[in-house]
Ligand binder design. Sequence first.
Ligand SMILES: NC(=O)C1=CN([C@@H]2O[C@H](COP(=O)(O)OP(=O)(O)OC[C@H]3O[C@@H](n4cnc5c(N)ncnc54)[C@H](OP(=O)(O)O)[C@@H]3O)[C@@H](O)[C@H]2O)C=CC1
Ligand SMILES: O=C1OC[C@@H](O)[C@H](O)[C@H]1O
Length: 390
Amino acid sequence: MTFTLNWGILGCGGIAETFTKDLLLDPKSHRNVDVIHKVVATGSSSSVDKAKKFAETTGAKDAKHYGSYEELVKDENVDVIYVATPHSHHYANAMLALEAGKNVLCEKAFTVNAGQARKLVETARAKNLFLMEAQWTRYFPLSIELRRMISSGELGDIKQIFSDNGKSIEHIDRITNPNLAGGALLDLGVYSFLHIFQTVYHLDPEHTKPEVKAAILKDEKTGVDKFTTAILAWPGTTAIATCNYSLESDPKSDYSAGPCVRIVGTKAQVCIPSPPYRPTSFTVIPNGDGEVQKNDFPIEGGNGMWWEADEVAFCIRDGKKESEIMPLDESVVPGGARDVGCEAHGTLTSRWKANIPLSHRSGIRSNSYIAHYYTNRQRLWVTPIPQPNQ
Ligand SMILES: NC(=O)C1=CN([C@@H]2O[C@H](COP(=O)(O)OP(=O)(O)OC[C@H]3O[C@@H](n4cnc5c(N)ncnc54)[C@H](OP(=O)(O)O)[C@@H]3O)[C@@H](O)[C@H]2O)C=CC1
Ligand SMILES: O=C1OC[C@@H](O)[C@H](O)[C@H]1O
C-alpha cells in the first residue's frame, strides 16, 4: 500500500527550495518505491508572503502558508517538519517542532554543540517522535555500496582516510557570520567528517571514539573558522578531515586536483571526486594486481535529496524513531574528550537554551558563539582552549 508523508517546511531559503522540489518530483520519474511526499505547509519567519511565494516556486500547490514557525508547527496535517534554517537556529527550531509533537528532519550541522544535540535526542525519545540529522549523502547508492564494500572486507582493513571539502563561498553571509554559527567546519567540514564516520565509526560494532587534534585558521574579520584541519586516530585507522570556505577542492571541476576523498584499505583504495556532498562516482584501485575500476552512481531526477526523504518516510511508516543509516547517537557521539569540551562550556548550552527565544530573529547574544569552535559537534574531542568572556 502506498504511504503518504505530509511535510511542513520550516524556513524558506535555498536548500529548502531544492529539497521541496525533490520531494515533489513525480515519483515514477526517478525511483520505484511506494511512498508519496506531500508538502502541506510552508512556514517563513519573514512573512506569510514569502511562505506563499516559496510554495508557488516549488510547486507545493496544496500547501498552507504561515508567517511564523510557531504557527507552522501547530498545523495538524503536518507529519514531519524539515528544519532548513542557519546552524545557529537548528536547536531552537527543531525543539519548537518536537515540543509541538512533530517528527523532525533537521539540516546539517545538526546543532552547534553536543549538549544541544543531546537535548533534542532526549526530547524526541521522551515524546516518541522521529528525529534525524539531514546528512543526505549517506543515503546515496554510492555511500550504500561503499559501506557494503568495506563491511564485506573487499578493501581490506581501512588504514587511512583523507577527506576534504573546500568551496569558495565566503560571499554568503551565513558562512562567515558568527551569529549564524558560520564557519567552514559546520557548513562544509560536516561532509569531510561524514565520509570518515560512515566508513569507520558507523561500521564499527563497538563505535570506538577517535582521538582528535585540530588546527584552525580563523577568518580575520569575523573570527569563524576559515580553514580547519583535524587528525582523527582510532586503533588501526587514521584520518585527516579538512575543509575551508575560501578555496575550491577542485578548482577546474575536472578532477585535475585529484580526489577529494581517499579511503585506503590494505587490499584496495577508493577515490571519490568532488564534490563530497554530492558524489556520483568512485574509483577502486587495487593495491596489487587487478584492474582499476570506475563505478558510476548517476543521480537520475532532481538533486538526489529524495533518497534521504524516502528514508524519513520509511522510518515513520514503520514506526521507527531514528534511521539506522544516520543514528541519533552519531549526531551526538557521547563520551570522551568531546564531552569534556562540551561540559567545559556547559554554561554555553544553558545560555543557548535560555537566551534564544523561539522566534529566532532576536535575543541572540554574539558572545554565545565565542566558544562554538570548542563545543560544536566535530570539535568536541579537542581539548577546549579557554576563550575570553566565557
Ligand atoms: N544538504 C545540503 O546539501 C545543504 C544543506 N544546507 C544546510 O541548510 C541550512 C540552511 O542553509 P541555506 O538554505 O543555504 O540558507 P539560506 O540562507 O538560503 O536559508 C535559510 C533560511 O532560514 C531562515 N532563517 C531563520 N532565521 C534566520 C536568520 N537569522 N538569518 C537568516 N535566515 C534565517 C530564512 O527563512 P525564512 O525567512 O523563510 O524564515 C532563510 O531563508 C544550513 O543548515 C545549511 O548547512 C545548505 C545548503 C546545502
Ligand atoms: O551542505 C552544503 O553543501 C553544499 C554547500 O555549497 C553548502 O554551503 C553546504 O551548506
